[in-house]
Design a protein around this ligand. Sequence first.
Ligand code: SAM
Length: 255
Amino acid sequence: MKEKVLIVGAGPGDPELITLKGKKAIEEADVIVYAGSLVNREILKYNRRNAKIYNSATMDLEEIVEIMVEGVKKGLNVVRLHSGDPSIYGAIKEQIDELRKHGIDVEIIPGVTSLSAAASSLKVELTLPKVSQTVIITRPEGRTPKPKGESIKELSRHGSTMAIFLGVGMIEKVVSDLIEGGYRRDTPVAVVYKASWKDEKIVKGTLEDIVPKVKEANIRRSALIIVGDVLDPKNYDYSKLYDKNFETGFRKRKK
Ligand SMILES: C[S@@+](CC[C@H](N)C(=O)[O-])C[C@H]1O[C@@H](n2cnc3c(N)ncnc32)[C@H](O)[C@@H]1O
């Protein structure tokens, strides 16, 4: 399979948060199918070839695949642009499988996920020694069912950092599941709307008071819910990596 589509991670919104490789792919594209609900249109301005642009938000899978196949068969550079990193809730597997039926392969160029952008905006480390060394990426069950054992309630028993995508529209349910699952009511939580965009909003609170704050801010979509003590740690350990009494493969212990 020589013919291919480039699946590109557009990053979280700020047009400068795309990889150099992703930007180059957009510059050289003849056809771009972009996920219009969350890809910043500013990124399309990098294109230098007057590409034909399609917004996949208004299309179904069949239509998306048809446009990509048609472009590739004409020998054009086809880019499929997804928000953040395509591997996270990107619905790319089905596109890859459908393209393969036409003998077309893909190359995937990763992107900066909105989770990284939100953590940067919050100026937090998601994995703090003694607080949490685990980040759970999940979503509430909606029309897409979740496999057994993956409900927010069940995942909550770990008490680790949790990032909830696609969930702000049902924040009451998310918060009650988090509490029922085991998080303390005073666990810090942040909701980041359109991280890295010019109209980004951040709402901070605890599981006790976040719901009215989010309603007040009128955030209903395009936001991440991040929960865990890493957001406001009372006590944590410095890492061993830079501890002068600790030796690593790159650094000897000081005598
Ligand atoms: C279909 S998923 C795509 C996620 C994307 N692949 C990523 O890596 O960020 C869409 C959801 O991602 C989250 N999201 C995407 N971009 C965001 C941003 N800039 N700020 C906050 N949340 C964002 C929201 O929860 C949104 O409902």
